[in-house]
Design a protein around this ligand. Structure first.
Ligand SMILES: C[S@@+](CC[C@H](N)C(=O)[O-])C[C@H]1O[C@@H](n2cnc3c(N)ncnc32)[C@H](O)[C@@H]1O
Length: 223
């Protein structure tokens, strides 16, 4: 584990696997070698100006400016013929889709996670989350493709205002990341993806900008 904020690292140096790095993921990914990650599973801000019940806000949740630089950086560090599974906010569907396309990704699947409850209400009750499966090059097909409608599990958001369930993430990692491969989450929050990767025998690398969430992820990965 790296107990310090992102260290300066020249491209080509050893990958800091098994680490949580603190910083802006675009800047941190620029220090990683190209093609060094086997699978990206990420849950970026949905750009909805989210506010939790206790008033907490998310960094990066009020502007789309980071979208294209972040997906470009993900595309660069991902190995050729590999996949990125990204949650996203439908409110900014167009901006997300443009960022994926401009970064060089091809959408090859779309996952829906129906919830038993509505997280908000407007013209509709918002009762699902969604993620897109993005390809760099032509990744091999999985031996046993899973369904694109997946059960949701509520975490209680005790570690992070938008915490995802480890079991849900682990199932996707098992399908899309080769055994022993490296999973990157550049928006790792409380580290749920990292825990999930660890639970199914993959290496992990997390990046988080908010010092509080970085500390949570660090502590979580130490136990
Ligand atoms: C939706 S949350 C991820 C929650 C995570 N899946 C979990 O289970 O805890 C997105 C995270 O991205 C972080 N973030 C926002 N902008 C960032 C950036 N430029 N670089 C790294 N992290 C960033 C936020 O602080 C937030 O914790």
């Amino acid at each position: 584990m790296s107990p310090t904020p992102c260290p300066a690292r020249a491209p080509g140096e050893t990958m800091p696997t098994g680490s949580v790095l603190r910083g802006d993921c675009v800047e941190v990914m620029a220090t990683l070698p190209a093609g060094s990650v086997d699978f990206i599973l990420t849950d970026p801000p949905y750009v909805v100006r989210y506010r939790s019940r206790d008033g907490a806000r998310l960094l990066g949740d009020s502007t789309v400016d980071w979208l294209e630089p972040a997906y470009r950086a993900m595309h660069r560090v991902l190995r050729d013929d590999s996949l990125c599974l990204s949650f996203y906010g439908w409110h900014h569907l167009v901006e997300f889709a443009l960022a994926w396309k401009r970064a060089g990704f091809q959408p090859v699947g779309h996952l829906v996670f129906p919830k038993r409850y509505a997280s908000s209400r407007r013209y509709l009750q918002h009762s699902h989350e969604q993620a897109v499966l993005l390809a760099k090059g032509r990744p091999p097909l999985p031996r046993l493709p899973g369904s694109d409608v997946c059960p949701w599990a509520y975490t209680g958001n005790r570690r992070h205002p938008t915490e995802k369930a480890v079991t849900l993430l682990a199932a996707q990692i098992e399908t899309f990341c080769p055994a022993g491969g490296l999973v990157l989450d550049p928006f790792c929050g409380s580290g749920s993806t990292l825990r999930a990767a660890q639970s199914v025998g993959r290496s992990y690398l997390g990046i988080e900008l908010d010092p509080r969430h970085y500390e949570t992820a660090m502590r979580r990965m130490l136990v």
